[in-house]
Design a binder for this molecule. Structure first.
Ligand code: ADP
Ligand code: MG
Length: 227
C-alpha cells in the first residue's frame, strides 16, 4: 500500500515536471514565432524566400502541437471550464491552421451556422482538438482538395463536423485510431486523436467517425450546448 502511494506520488511529480518543462519551452517558441511573422510581412524579403519563413512557422507550430498533446496527457486536469463561443474559437484556429493548409495546397471551407453557438470547456483544449482534426484532414487529402468544416446546433447539442475527401480509413483502421502511438505517418506521434477523445470526453461530449477507404473521412464532435 505504502509502495503504491509512493509510486502514484512519483508519477504525479513526473506529470508536473513534464508540464512545467513544456510550458517553459513554449514561451521562447512563441517569441520566435512572433519575429518570424514580422519577417513574413517584410517587403525586402522576396516571396520565394518567404516560403522558408512559412515553413519555419509551420515547424514551430508542429512542435507546439506535439508539446500540447503530451501536456494534455501528462497534466491532471484542474483548470477552470469557461463558456466558449464556437465561432470565435474557430476563427482563431483558422489563423493557426491556414498557413499549414496553404503549404499543402488545401482549401478550408467553413460554415458557421449560428452565431451564438456556445459550449463549456477550456478554450485552448478545444482549439487543440480542432487543430488536430483539421491537420489530420489536410494530411489525408491529396493536393487541391477542400476540407469542409461546419458547426450547428441540434436541440441541446453543439455539433462540429470536419470532413475531408482524402485517403479514408478501413473498418480495421477505424478501430485502431485513437489508441496510443497508432500512426501511419512517417513523423506522426499517434497521440493526436487520443488527446481529442480525451478532451471531448472531459467536456461531456463525444466524437463520431464515418469513413470510407479512398472516399474520405468525417469526424463529428457533439458537445452539450450552453446558452
Ligand atoms: P498522427 O496524426 O500523429 O498520425 P493521430 O492520432 O492524429 O496521429 O492520427 C492517427 C492515425 O489516424 C493517422 O496516422 C492516420 O492514419 C489516421 N487518420 C486520422 N485522421 C484521418 C483522416 N482524416 N483521414 C484518414 N486517416 C486519418
Ligand atoms: Mg494527427
Amino acid at each position: 500500500m505504502e509502495m503504491e502511494i509512493q509510486k502514484a506520488e512519483r508519477l504525479n511529480i513526473i506529470g508536473h515536471l513534464a508540464a512545467s518543462v513544456a510550458h517553459e519551452i513554449r514561451n521562447p517558441m512563441t517569441v520566435v514565432r512572433g519575429f518570424m511573422q514580422i519577417f513574413d510581412k517584410e517587403t525586402f524579403i522576396p516571396d520565394n524566400k518567404k516560403v522558408y519563413i512559412k515553413l519555419m512557422i509551420q515547424e514551430l507550430d508542429r512542435a507546439e502541437g506535439i508539446i500540447n498533446d503530451y501536456l494534455t496527457l501528462a497534466r491532471p486536469r484542474l483548470e477552470k471550464m469557461e463558456r466558449i463561443a464556437i465561432k470565435e474559437q474557430m476563427d482563431s484556429v483558422m489563423e493557426i491552421i491556414s498557413s499549414f493548409a496553404m503549404l499543402h495546397n488545401i482549401r478550408i471551407q467553413h460554415q458557421m451556422g449560428q452565431e451564438d453557438l456556445h459550449v463549456k470547456g477550456i478554450p485552448e483544449k478545444l482549439s487543440q482538438v480542432l487543430i488536430n482534426l483539421i491537420k489530420n484532414a489536410i494530411e489525408a487529402s491529396p493536393e487541391g482538395q477542400i476540407v469542409h468544416i461546419s458547426a450547428y446546433r441540434t436541440e441541446e447539442k453543439a455539433v462540429i463536423e470536419i470532413k475531408d475527401q482524402g485517403i479514408g480509413l478501413s473498418q480495421e483502421e477505424i478501430k485502431r485510431i485513437g489508441t496510443p502511438f497508432y500512426t501511419t505517418k512517417e513523423n506522426g506521434t499517434g497521440l493526436g486523436l487520443m488527446v481529442c477523445y480525451q478532451i471531448i470526453k472531459s467536456m461531456n461530449g463525444k466524437i463520431e467517425v464515418f469513413s470510407e477507404k479512398n472516399k474520405g473521412t468525417q469526424f463529428i464532435i457533439k458537445l452539450p450546448a450552453v446558452d
